[in-house]
Design a binder for this molecule. Structure first.
Ligand code: FMN
Length: 187
């Protein structure tokens, strides 16, 4: 493959679209975030890169709790709205219906099929953004998004973000931890 150099860029494929929830001054606030990933298995942790100017970050620092909410494609308008408006200027507390769990101070979104309730574990100042790492203390999944014992990606129907556009998941390709068994050394 011939390559084209593009300089240092934050390219990753695909990126999720999540809504980070925090209580700021006692009011739920939600922001869209695409720079989010699982950070650890035991204990379960998630990491999200949050710009220092975000109103949501104030609430995370205030309570040491936050939530990661996975919207479905049905919530594309509301999710994007939370990515183009700041809680510093507009009240986003009624965009969604909020609920609270074990930690009491991490607002979560009823309409989102998956919610991760998080306790702040650590932050790392990376420059423009702070990497916020949270321990997942509880996971909430909408009944209708569960198939058998676990969530079904097609039922969750998550919003995928790439290059300024939203997508939905495509077709199943192969079984993970298994497809590689067909690899032949002679190739
Ligand atoms: C699709 C999308 C993804 C975004 N990803 C991030 C992100 O990963 N980190 C971040 O700091 N801001 C991200 N933003 C921008 C924030 O969501 C936006 O600045 C929002 O207004 C912040 O809200 P707040 O000030 O109420 O916290 C994203 C916006 C959109 C639309």
């Amino acid at each position: 493959m011939d390559k084209v150099t593009m300089g240092p860029k934050t390219l990753m494929y695909p990126m999720p679209t999540v809504l980070v929830g925090a209580s700021v001054g006692g009011k739920p606030n939600y922001m869209a975030a695409a720079w989010c990933s699982i950070a650890c298995m035991a204990p379960p942790m998630v990491a999200v890169a949050i710009n220092k100017a975000r109103h949501t970050l104030k609430g995370i620092n205030e309570n040491k709790t936050f939530s990661i909410n996975v919207p479905s494609t049905r919530q594309v308008v509301e999710a994007d709205y939370c990515g183009i408006t700041t809680g510093a200027r507009v009240d986003k507390s009624r965009v969604f219906e909020s609920f609270y769990g074990k930690l009491k101070t991490a607002p979560m979104i009823k309409e989102c099929p998956v919610n991760l309730e998080c306790k702040l574990f650590n932050t790392m100042d990376c420059g423009s953004h702070v990497l916020v790492v949270g321990e997942i203390v509880e996971t909430y999944v909408a009944q209708e998004a569960v198939a058998g014992d676990s969530p079904d990606i097609k039922k969750v129907d998550p919003l995928i973000y790439s290059d300024g556009k939203y997508y939905r998941v495509g077709e199943r390709l192969a079984d993970a931890f298994s497809a590689g068994k067909a690899y032949k050394k002679s190739r």
